[in-house]
Design a protein around this ligand. Structure first.
Ligand SMILES: [Zn+2]
Length: 331
């Protein structure tokens, strides 16, 4: 500190100052405390000078002594909470059912009441307690994103493996993100072609889920249920998409599906699938309008799309276009 400068009113100029530490008595809320006090002196005239940052430090020392005596959470502990749980100061305040600015005030140094302090201490000490608050009071938050982010951070602290979204969910989100005007019906068909062509090109299935041979073509039941409210309308809830959740192969294939499959209407794609072996075989002798939950076996899908790839001499997933154009010309 000796090389810092400050204005000395006695010397009427900027001077170097030094700092002396001493134990001083100070008073807060009617109680006396002995605290370490830092006092700056002019190195020229030895008179006391004023340095705001030291004044703050002394005051914080006094507040710390008060906090310690009364069992109030330390300022540094308060300040560690938002980072630890990856939550903003305002969302945290709302989560706790406090005024929007309350936590921010404590963060800047205001002294919390004993009751609020106890809550903050427990949160700081116990991630499981915080997680239960986060779940219970989730509705207080203004965005799902704040909830998701904080939940992931807290689960990491607790050593809970973070739930990975399944591949089919990633594919759905990516297709919704890439395509406009995609209806539940066309989404189902796009997923089906994704599964089939992914196998044809890369010899493995992208999804573990099986689809069923419904009247209107192959359907992934869980995804159907998720978007059934849209009926024949485009799904307009566009997810935020983290592109790093796709491998290069997955992205190339889904991009081609988005371009060369999703460009057709759901009804057109339904007509395609009605001309394809996997759906036809799974339906067997069933009349066209009879509902069925028959699984379309993955190996039937794999086999069919492998033969399509060979028949159309496809070199890359962009050649999926040749197949869909040909199917379109046949209906
Ligand atoms: Zn001086």
């Amino acid at each position: 500190m000796g090389n810092r400068m400050v204005f000395c009113p006695e010397c009427r100029q900027n001077v170097r100052y030094s700092v002396k530490k001493s134990i001083e008595e100070a008073e807060l809320r009617g109680e006396a405390y002995e605290i370490v006090t830092h006092t700056p002196y002019c190195e020229r005239c030895s008179g006391e000078v004023y340095v705001a940052e030291l004044e703050d430090r002394n005051l914080n020392g006094l507040y710390d002594a008060y906090r310690q005596k009364h069992g109030i959470i330390a300022l540094e502990d308060i300040r560690s909470i938002p980072e630890k749980y990856n939550i903003g100061k305002r969302p945290l305040s709302l989560l706790l059912g406090w005024g929007e600015q309350t936590f921010s005030r404590y963060y800047s140094g205001d002294m919390p009441s004993k009751q609020y302090s106890e809550v903050l201490k427990q949160i700081n000490a116990d991630p499981a307690f915080y997680l239960s608050l986060l779940e219970e009071n989730r509705g207080n938050l203004k965005s799902d994103k704040a909830y998701e982010k904080s939940k992931a951070a807290t689960e990491r602290l607790l050593g809970i493996p973070v739930e990975q979204p399944s591949k089919i969910d990633i594919a759905v989100d990516y297709l919704l993100w890439q395509c406009q005007d995609i209806t539940p019906l066309s989404l189902q068909k796009a997923l089906y072609y994704t599964q089939g062509f992914f196998y044809a090109f890369y010899r493995s299935f992208l999804f573990v889920e099986d689809c069923e041979a419904w009247v209107h073509g192959p359907v992934y039941r869980e995804i159907y249920r998720r978007y059934s409210d849209y009926r024949f309308d485009p799904i307009d809830s566009i997810p935020e998409f983290d592109i790093s959740s796709l491998s290069g192969e997955e992205k190339v294939l889904l991009d081609s599906i988005a371009r060369h499959v999703c460009c057709y209407s759901g009804k057109t794609l339904e007509a395609f699938t009605h001309n394809e072996t996997p759906w036809l075989s799974a339906r067997g002798e069933l009349p066209a309008n009879v509902p069925s939950n028959n699984i379309i076996p993955k190996d039937a899908i794999g086999k069919y799309f492998t033969s399509v790839k060979e028949k159309y001499h496809m070199l890359t997933p962009s050649n999926i276009r040749d197949y869909t154009q040909s199917m379109f010309s046949q209906i």
